[in-house]
Design a protein around this ligand. Structure first.
Ligand code: NAD
Length: 289
């Protein structure tokens, strides 16, 4: 049996993405290294191995944590002689050099690689309002527009070669990670000085210090003490690290990137398995260390 689409990686983002694809009657086969039978959408077919996906899906989305996971999943595509897959759409955040490396790896077997990292978090994935930062041929974008629109509210085309989508995604996440860290330190200082967290957020959010952390993450995830943005500190640390590496690979020197990179690496090490919003608790501790 052949499916128009496959999806490898059914984690926090992959599950709602798969649900939105199947809700739009897009035939889908899914695979995850950690058996996804209990979380895959009812209408999706679950594959037992990645090779089963390559043998049955014409276009395959990757939604995996890191570039190395993508490369290891794609290794079996290189070895699959009876593949029907002709296009791979990269939803994962893996950085520009890795996207270029994977593009070069797939070219000799005539598989198209389309860069399409996403922003919007789990809430955006559930609401099908993700922002997609695409780089690859415009023809491929048009060919897959219906599937991309089933998961996204904003589709941008940033270049004809895979990689620029990744660069754009890391620019965004570097800004988001910096905003969350700065807001955490500022709020931790205010609370230490006896001020009320909610009142401070109310002030900032009608003043010039407002950002996505103060308007969204803090009121919904920190003030509530739920710390449930569903974006792992490890993933944000990876993204800031990739941004920093990208600067260095381009022979550029960022002033903030080394500091923000070190801070998020430290957070990941100090709080394994944590949600990114838990950096607020770390910044409170760090004020007194
Ligand atoms: P996640 O850790 O929740 O899920 C990743 C899934 O991949 C897991 O189910 C894991 O078992 C599976 N996996 C790992 N290696 C595999 C392999 N070799 N083969 C098959 N399955 C494998 O991650 P996530 O939050 O869903 O994020 C996925 C990607 O999307 C990441 O690159 C992340 O940076 C990016 N992203 C995440 C968010 C977010 O809010 N979570 C937002 C935007 C972008």
């Amino acid at each position: 049996m052949t499916f128009p689409y496959g999806l490898i990686g059914l984690g926090n983002m992959g599950v709602p993405i798969a649900e939105n694809l199947t809700k739009n009657d897009i035939g889908l086969i899914v695979y995850d290294i950690d058996d996804p039978s209990n979380r895959a959408p009812e209408k999706a077919h679950v594959a037992a191995t990645p090779a089963d996906v390559w043998r049955q899906a014409e276009t395959v989305f990757l939604c995996l944590p890191k570039g190395d996971n993508c490369k290891s999943a794609l290794q079996s595509l290189l070895e699959c002689n009876d593949r029907v897959t002709s296009t791979v759409i990269e939803l994962s955040t893996i950085g520009m050099p890795m996207a270029q490396e994977i593009d070069a790896m797939l070219k000799p077997i005539n598989v198209n690689y389309f860069d399409s990292p996403m922003s919007g978090g789990v809430a955006g994935a559930k609401a099908a309002t993700l922002t997609l930062m695409c780089a690859g041929s415009k023809d491929l974008l048009e060919e897959h527009r219906a599937a991309l629109e089933a998961i996204s509210g904003n589709i941008f085309h940033l270049g004809n070669e895979p990689g620029k989508g990744q660069a754009m995604k890391l620019i965004n996440n570097f800004m988001a990670a910096t905003g969350l860290a700065v807001t955490s330190e500022a709020m931790a200082y205010g609370v230490d000085q006896g001020m009320d967290l909610k009142t401070m957020l109310d002030v900032v959010n009608v003043s010039t210090g407002a950002n996505v952390a103060s308007q969204d993450k803090f009121p919904k995830r920190v003030l509530t003490e739920t710390y449930d943005a569903n974006f792992h500190t490890a993933l944000l640390s990876k993204d800031v690290g990739l941004f920093h590496e990208g600067l260095k690979a381009a022979g550029l020197k960022g002033q903030l990137a080394p500091l923000i990179d070190a801070l998020w690496k430290d957070a990941d090490q100090a709080m394994p398995g944590s949600d990114m919003t838990e950096i607020y608790k770390l910044m409170q501790k760090k004020l007194k260390s």
